[in-house]
Write a protein that binds this ligand. Sequence first.
Ligand code: OGA
Ligand code: MN
Length: 286
Amino acid sequence: MPEATPLHPLFAAQVTGIDLRRGVTAEDAVWLRAALDRHAVLVLPGQAIDDAQQVAFAEAFGPLEATRPGARGAGSPLIVLSNLGPDGDIVLPSDRQVLNNLANRQWHHDSSFKPVAARASALSARAIPACGGETEFACMRAAWAALPEPLRAQVRGRVALHDFGWSRSRVAPDLVTDAERMQHPPVRQAMLLAENPHGPALYLGAHARSVEGMDEAAGRALIEALMDFATQPRFVYRHAWTQHDLVVWDNRAVLHRATPFDSHAERRVMVRTTIAGERPTLAAAA
Ligand code: OGA
Ligand code: MN
């Protein structure tokens, strides 16, 4: 029987007693889904899995997203986050891969720029740097629960526009291609989700550009005030990776971001599978 041990006073748990190289039983799948709903981030150490085993693990939570065109692994259920080129050498810092990795350093929910945003993501550490490259998670249920009433009143029932072209061009003006902009026009997302029995969660992140019905400046000010509040250290669990850690998180309950490492000198290879959302966030609005 798997076992969960809390990693932070508010959320995140380490899961032991499960070997994903042997596959996921129907019982394990039920346990894992309930554990993810409850803890929002699950860390499974010592899972030296291959791509097929990672896909099988992720499918225990639901159908997977296909990786978007333009990202490494496009069309498959796997997305590779790596600073290595096809020959295994570290790529030059001007490379799009490095810029895409930079984009991941902003707090975000995966796929919030898609009409149906991702439910959850699972990330497997295949190669990790000796120093840096941790991943941080911020608990959006705890942030909502602690949010002062005047801010809460500005969030309830509100919709944010999430715009991939806008958020990527803030990282580097040329990072986003015209084809990508066409592929991902701005989408409407609820700012507050009631997805599961464990409490409503704020929903924002780097792609949240503006607030419907507010002028540009007021919308930006609100989004920034909420993001500053929600990403305070008390709401954050920082995961320092060990090779073969597998971490799965609920995108509708947490924000996450990558942290820097020496990408010119050290290798970092992470493989992600993304569990698709079941419905638009507006159907899950609190
Ligand atoms: C991701 C992501 C952060 C990291 O895989 O979706 O944002 O630390 N990763 O690699
Ligand atoms: Mn991400």
